[in-house]
Design a protein around this ligand. Structure first.
Ligand code: ZN
Length: 289
C-alpha cells in the first residue's frame, strides 16, 4: 500500500495511491458513510484495523485527489524525526571521519519536514548547501528495548528523504549538525509512504541527482548499521512512537566530500532522490527574500 498526503483546507489530508489515481480518503469514506483515518499518522496509529479500512476504500473508489492539489509531507505530526550520521562506509571516508562503531545520532524537528515538489529556501549568509539522499523508516508501533530479531515488526514503512545540510553552518560552530540540518523545510520526504509488506528496505537502490546529473548512487544493503540494528539501539535509549521517522544516513557523493571544485546547491537547482520501489522525491531551491 502507498500512502500520501495533500493539502486540503490548509490541513494535511490522507491520499491512497491506486492504479486509477490518488484516492481522497476522507471524501471516499464520507461517500460510503464509513470512518477512516484522516491523516497518515492516524493510519499508522490505527494499525491493522485502519489498514483494512484503507484497503477496502482503495477498491472501486470514486473520489480522487484533483490533479494539481499541492502535496503535503507524506506523514506529519509525529513525535520524533531521528537521523543517523555516517552510516555508509564510503561517505564516512569522504568526510575524513572514522567508521563509527556505534550509530551516530542527531535529529531534525517535525516542523522541518517539507513535501515532494516544495521549493526550499536557501537562507542568506550561508553558501555551502548540500544534499543527502536517505531511506527514511516510518515506525509503526511503540518500541522500547526491542531486539534486532523483532525490530522489523515495529516498522510501518518507508519513504525517501533528503537530509539537506548547510556545511558552513555545520562546521563554523563546531559540528552543529542539528542547526545545519534543521533550517526551514530542510527535511523533504516523499513522494509516498510505502508499507513494509510491499518493500524490503534492506536491499534498495538509492540515488541522488542534481539538475539531472547523478551525484549519489548506492544500495541500502551498504548501510553500516542495518535498520534492525538502528531500531534496537535507539529503542534501548528512548521510546520510539508510531509515526516517528528515522533518516538512515546518506551514501557517498555529497558535495562536502567532493575533491574537485565544489558546486553547492543554489537557487534554481532541482534535486531528485530516487529509491527503488518508492519513487522520486524532487525539490527545487530558491533564495530566501
Ligand atoms: Zn544525513
Amino acid at each position: 500500500m502507498k500512502l500520501t498526503q495533500f493539502w486540503k483546507d490548509s490541513r494535511p489530508a490522507l491520499g491512497l495511491l491506486t492504479g486509477e489515481g490518488t484516492v481522497d480518503v476522507s471524501a471516499e469514506a464520507a461517500r460510503r458513510g464509513v470512518s477512516a483515518p484522516a491523516t497518515a499518522l492516524e493510519a499508522v496509529q490505527g494499525g491493522q484495523a485502519a489498514r483494512a479500512v484503507l484497503e477496502e476504500l482503495s477498491r472501486n473508489a470514486q473520489c480522487f485527489v484533483p490533479a494539481g492539489a499541492p502535496a503535503a509531507p507524506v506523514i506529519t505530526g509525529m513525535d520524533k524525526v531521528l537521523c543517523i550520521g555516517l552510516n555508509y562506509r564510503r561517505h564516512a571516508m569522504e568526510c575524513n571521519l572514522p567508521i563509527p562503531e556505534r550509530p551516530v545520532l542527531f535529529n531534525k524537528f517535525p516542523s522541518t519536514l517539507s513535501a515532494c515538489g516544495d521549493t526550499i529556501l536557501l537562507q542568506k549568509g550561508y553558501v555551502e548547501y548540500d544534499y543527502e539522499a536517505e531511506l527514511v523508516v516510518v515506525m509503526g508501533r511503540e518500541a522500547r528495548h526491542v531486539s534486532e530479531a523483532e525490530a522489523m515488526d515495529y516498522v510501518y514503512g518507508y519513504t525517501c528523504g533528503n537530509d539537506v545540510s548547510t556545511r558552513d553552518l555545520q562546521f563554523a560552530r563546531g559540528n552543529q549538525w542539528v542547526l545545519s540540518k534543521s533550517l526551514e523545510g530542510f527535511g523533504p520526504i516523499g513522494p509516498c509512504l510505502v508499507t513494509g509488506d510491499a518493500l524490503d528496505g534492506s536491499h534498495l537502490d538509492i540515488s541522488c541527482a542534481v539538475n539531472g546529473e547523478v551525484r549519489q548512487s548506492s544500495n541500502t544493503s551498504d548501510l553500516i548499521f542495518s535498520i534492525p540494528q538502528l531500531i534496537a539501539d535507539l529503542s534501548r535509549h528512548f521510546t520510539l512512537l508510531p509515526g516517528d521517522l528515522i533518516f538512515t544516513g546518506t551514501p557517498a557523493g555529497v558535495m562536502h566530500g567532493y575533491t574537485g571544485e565544489k558546486h553547492w546547491l543554489k537557487a534554481g537547482d532541482r534535486v531528485e532522490v530516487t529509491i527503488q520501489g518508492i519513487g522520486t522525491l524532487w525539490n527545487t531551491f530558491a533564495e530566501e527574500q
